[in-house]
Design a protein around this ligand. Structure first.
Ligand code: CAA
Length: 257
């Protein structure tokens, strides 16, 4: 598989994907998108997947956006095809049945911010820089930013960022709810390991169902979403996980999922 995305699998089904184009600050070109999509197709079929961490190679950048050099000479039709490839790939990441963590280790701009917005968690280094600077290039966010950003941070802040193109630091990203945690770069990997270990300690099907309830419920009216939650809650009692989790509590021992 292409070296544009490196996959690192650990023994317990926690998979790390690294966008590997550090000389261009991991900008997303067609090759990177195709490699990422190929990995995601494989992960969709992974029988014991527990979670995914996505990051950028090097210490300077998560992803500095879609590749401007590649986009410069595109026609409207070619731009549409490029955006469609990215949207499809990012949707695959978003709809993986397990938690997806963006480990944001530097620039997180344009298409990079749009990639992070599709993740369930974003954990950023304190030197990370966020923004949707597309208007400064004469375009708008085209990898989902105009839609996922307002859903994450509210329409006022989304319009602020998408119309000014201003960059914000990690602390502001934390304040507006764009990221979950900020910490020194040296501590980032350790924290994500702690987080993924915590996820791995929980019932795997329960974790998947919790993600499904939140994601699917957001697309429904409240009553339908609550009915979905009830169904998924009841389903938990059909598998062995609930018996083990609750027995472990009663027997004062650690659950073995
Ligand atoms: N596309 C292509 N190449 C990029 C890139 C991008 N988005 N971002 C950085 N690079 C390249 C630079 O061209 C440079 O390459 P060379 O060494 O060959 O010249 C290399 O990465 C290093 O970048 P800089 O020298 O610019 O590094 P810096 O530290 O001075 O600046 C930066 C860093 C502020 C992130 C700056 O690179 C920058 O502004 N990048 C563009 C950010 C951007 O506008 N992103 C949005 C892209 S549009 C988009 O994403 C549309 C969409 O929604 C679909």
């Amino acid at each position: 598989m292409s070296e544009a995305v490196i996959e690192k699998v650990d023994n317990d089904g926690m998979v790390q994907l690294t966008i590997n184009r550090p000389k261009a600050l991991n900008a997303l070109n067609s090759e990177v998108l195709a490699a990422l999509e190929a990995h995601l197709v494989e992960l969709e079929a992974h029988p014991h997947l527990r979670g995914v961490v996505i990051t950028g190679a090097g210490e300077k950048s998560f992803v500095a956006g879609a590749d401007i050099t590649e986009m410069r000479d595109k026609t409207p039709e070619e731009a549409r095809a490029f955006a469609s490839q990215a949207l499809r790939t990012i949707k695959r990441l978003e709809t993986l049945p397990v938690p997806v963590v963006a480990l944001v280790n530097g620039f997180c701009l344009g298409g990079g911010c749009e990639l992070a917005l599709a993740c369930d968690w974003a954990v950023a280094s304190d030197n990370a820089v966020f923004g949707q600077p597309e208007v400064q290039l004469g375009v708008i966010p085209g990898f989902g930013g105009t839609q996922r950003l307002p859903r994450r941070v509210g329409p006022a802040m989304a319009i602020d960022l998408a119309t000014t193109g201003r960059k914000i630091d990690a602390q502001e990203a934390l304040r507006i709810g764009l990221v979950n945690r900020v910490m020194p770069q040296a501590e980032l990997e350790g924290y994500v390991e702690e987080l993924t270990n915590q996820l791995k300690g929980n019932g795997p099907q329960a974790v998947r169902s919790a993600k499904q309830a939140v994601h699917d419920g957001l697309d429904q009216d409240l009553n339908s979403a609550l009915a979905l939650e009830t169904s998924l809650f009841a389903l938990c009692f059909a598998g062995g996980e609930q018996k083990e989790g609750m027995s472990a509590f009663v027997e004062k021992r650690k659950a073995r999922f």
